[in-house]
Design a protein around this ligand. Structure first.
Ligand code: NAP
Length: 282
């Protein structure tokens, strides 16, 4: 029976550390401020934005909320991002995705000053990660590295297999595991013999967006299984990409959904905001 990797506990630990750090910075006259922009009223985005504001309040980070109507034009949004780029007191700018179809997401991301790109989606941040330079790292994969490290799981020299190659999870995950000296394989929808490749993994990260897709046949006995998926099962209940009940019998350690990777994403966003404030002092 697998050991449970507790994202709730570990994310709380990180937020508590950050809370202390933010209080210390305040004592030195340095404040941390995140600007969050939401365009339209996508219900899932409203929940995510609400959770981010709550986490900011807990850690002591000031949050500025910009709730713009669905009809906001690309020009208006770009103008707001530019205005926030110029505000010294704003350390982080987050534009909640997805944006309405008439707005070019890539253009908006590229307009964010890389020094305030706390989501780590700007091409400069992605480039810095790929060549091992300092920069913001996408929060979900950064959170997974913290989950592994803080659970005492060794990455160095181990076989790491990632299923999914998205820009926000799969690809940065591969680069981060490589940075930790893992031997990394990325799988996607064209991968042949997916089960066989997955069974090579000492550490298997699954980020595909298909409810309970990965069953025990994909798992090597004792493997560490990280489930990034946030899906709905046949009863509408939140579940992951991994069939938790079946896989927990074979894995050595596993993240639950909810309570695994999800809470880590927000904790790392808070981490990036604090980093940004520190960097702006340098
Ligand atoms: P995405 O952009 O839709 O990418 C999915 C990836 O999975 C693609 O690379 C796709 O391959 C691959 N894939 C899909 N079906 C496959 C199959 N049958 N076999 C092999 N590979 C397959 O997804 P994402 O944004 O990375 O998100 C993945 C999941 O993580 C979603 O459930 C999402 O909600 C969740 N998520 C959670 C958090 C969190 O904080 N917990 C954060 C982000 C995402 P191709 O490239 O070949 O199409």
């Amino acid at each position: 029976m697998a050991e449970l990797i507790d994202g709730k506990r570990i994310s709380q630990e990180i937020k508590d550390e950050l809370k202390e750090k933010v209080a210390e910075l305040k004592g030195q006259g340095i404040s941390v401020c995140l600007a969050v922009i939401q365009v339209g009223d996508n219900p899932a985005s409203t929940v995510y934005v609400g959770n981010k504001k709550k986490a900011c309040a807990y850690v002591g980070i000031e949050s500025l909320a910009y709730e713009l109507p669905e009809e906001t034009t690309e020009e208006e949004l770009l103008a707001l991002v530019q205005e926030l780029n110029g505000k010294k007191e704003v350390n982080g700018i987050l534009v909640q995705l997805p944006l309405p179809k008439h707005i070019d997401e890539d253009k908006v991301i590229k307009t964010i000053n890389p020094a305030k790109d706390v989501d780590g989606f700007h091409p400069q941040s992605v480039g810095a990660l790929s060549i091992g330079q300092r920069g913001f790292v996408s929060c979900t994969p950064a959170g997974i590295i913290q989950l592994l490290k803080r659970s005492g799981i060794e990455i160095d020299g181990r076989e790491c297999v990632i299923i999914g190659r998205s820009n926000i999870v799969g690809k940065p995950m591969a680069l981060l595991l490589l940075r930790e000296n893992g031997t990394v394989t990325i799988c996607h929808s064209h991968t042949k013999d997916l089960k066989e490749v997955a069974r090579r993994a000492d550490i298997l990260v699954v980020a595909i967006g298909r409810a309970k897709f990965v069953d025990a046949d994909y798992i090597k006995e004792g493997a560490v299984v990280i489930d990034v998926g946030m899906d709905r099962d046949e009863n509408g209940k939140l579940c992951g990409d991994v069939d938790f009940e079946a896989v927990k019998e074979k894995a050595g350690a596993i993240t639950p959904v909810p309570g695994g990777v999800g809470p880590m994403t927000i904790a790392m966003l808070m981490h990036n905001c604090v980093e940004s404030a520190l960097m702006s002092q340098e």
